[in-house]
Ligand binder design. Structure first.
Ligand SMILES: *[C@@H]1O[C@H](CO)[C@@H](O)[C@H](O)[C@H]1NC(C)=O
Ligand SMILES: *[C@@H]1O[C@H](CO)[C@@H](O)[C@H](O)[C@H]1NC(C)=O
Ligand SMILES: *[C@@H]1O[C@H](CO)[C@@H](O)[C@H](O)[C@H]1NC(C)=O
Length: 388
């Protein structure tokens, strides 16, 4: 239809041309209109409406000089579409709390207290990879999702994260997705956490560059051409992501497959790589670097410089310790060349992973006395935060 009209229009123009030449008045009008159009075009070029250009310019890093592969181009189109979808916040917006645990959750009662009175603003999902959990709190009953075995350091860890996200994304009210371990305890009250996460456009994914043996040494050239070594990043597994980023994680197949095949324990040349520490930091560093905070809302104490974070005994759990943790405002990254890198960070140490008695299992066997001490100290802490 449109095409037809265009043809008609140019036919008419062709017919009226001879008459134009003979009328100087019309000629002047044409000149005026033409110069007006030229001014509009120049104006539009100099001052483009920001709405149309900025989303595309903002989110994507410069395209590499080489030609993109077919899969890469497809990924970029999907990611761009997801990232430019506006965020919808409503009264019924919820936060998904996703527990990745080997079995029973030791801190259910503590979390119950955290959630109390906030029904309709949260949803709970539990992925128990070893044994069926026994739930002591009614709000956890019926929240187990289908799960598979998780082996430490392998892609099965990422698979479990994606499974949790896919389940939680089914609820369209879920706007933010927090990954938690069985040893996480809440350090702020619900309102504080809800307002903080709903009030930001960022995802909290830990992300840093580590040139040493536990960082870029793990990179494999087999990830070329899509993942170059300069983009390889590291970070702790415990993330909290906004809805668009959650969608990106489950939509990604290209980078997921690269990491599944070429970032794993016992690679051909005898090196080890752990997808749960590198996959998400690397992909988001490449695809939406300004969309992530580069730090995690979950505090883990790596200061002992060992393979596993600091473990706590019941006697360690004091109000002062919890206060210290909630007031942390710098993130510390100890890279494997033994350098300490600090970055200012927001005041949201939301949870704390109080690990971890048996280092070789993917579980954290938190002892009973520790749970008891935590429960008491944390309840006091939650009350303190509530009353301040
Ligand atoms: C988040 O993004 C929206 C849309 O781009 C913007 O209007 C809003 O101010 C941003 N919020 C924050 C806290 O940056
Ligand atoms: C996170 O780090 C990247 C560089 O890797 C930077 O471009 C980005 O702005 C940082 N994010 C924030 C929120 O500062
Ligand atoms: C808390 O922080 C203060 C000041 O940095 C420090 O002196 C104290 O030992 C810390 N206490 C605990 C229990 O970590």
């Amino acid at each position: 239809m449109k095409l037809h009209q265009v043809w008609q229009f140019s036919d008419m123009k062709a017919v009226s041309l001879p008459r134009l030449r003979t009328s100087p008045k019309r000629h002047a009008w044409i000149l005026v209109i033409a110069s007006f159009i030229a001014i509009v075009i120049v104006w539009a070029y100099l001052y483009p409406p920001p709405r149309y250009t900025s989303p595309i310019r903002d989110w994507l890093p410069a395209e590499p000089a080489r030609e993109l592969t077919d899969e890469e181009r497809a990924s970029r189109v999907v990611f761009r579409q997801i990232l430019t979808t506006p965020i919808v916040r409503s009264k019924s917006s919820k936060i998904a709390f996703m527990f990745l645990t080997p079995g029973t959750l030791p801190f259910e009662r503590l979390w119950e207290k955290f959630f109390e009175g906030h029904e309709g603003r949260y949803t709970i999902y539990v992925h128990a990879s070893r044994e069926k959990p026994e739930h002591v709190s009614p709000i956890f009953v019926g929240r187990d999702i289908h799960s598979e075995k998780v082996t430490w350091g392998t892609i099965s860890m990422v698979d479990a994260e994606r499974r949790l996200l896919a389940n939680a994304l089914q609820d369209i009210d879920n706007q933010h997705f927090v990954l938690l371990s069985d040893s996480c305890v809440p350090l702020h009250n619900f309102d504080y956490v809800y307002d903080y996460l709903m009030g930001t456009n960022l995802s909290f994914i830990d992300c840093f560059y580590d040139p040493g043996p536990h960082g870029n040494f793990r990179y494999s050239q087999n990830m070329l051409p899509e993942v170059i070594e300069a983009d390889f990043r590291k970070g702790s597994q415990w993330f909290s992501v906004k809805r668009q980023h959650a969608l990106m994680i489950i939509a990604d197949s290209l980078y997921y497959t690269k990491f599944k095949l070429h970032c794993r324990p016992g690679m051909e040349d005898g090196r080890n790589c752990y997808a749960d520490e590198h996959y998400l930091p690397t992909v988001f560093h490449m695809m939406d670097p300004d969309g992530i905070a580069n730090w995690s809302v979950t505090h883990v104490d790596w200061s002992e410089g060992k393979w596993h974070p600091k473990a706590y005994r019941a006697n360690d759990i004091t109000l002062e310790l919890l206060k210290n943790i909630t007031s942390i405002d710098m993130s510390y990254h100890v890279t494997s060349d033994s350098k300490v890198h600090t970055l200012p960070r927001g005041h949201l140490v939301m949870t704390w992973r109080a690990d971890r008695a048996s280092p070789l299992s993917s579980s954290s066997s938190v002892s009973c006395s520790l749970v008891g001490a935590f429960r008491q100290a944390c309840c006091r802490q939650l009350r303190r935060v509530e009353s301040s």
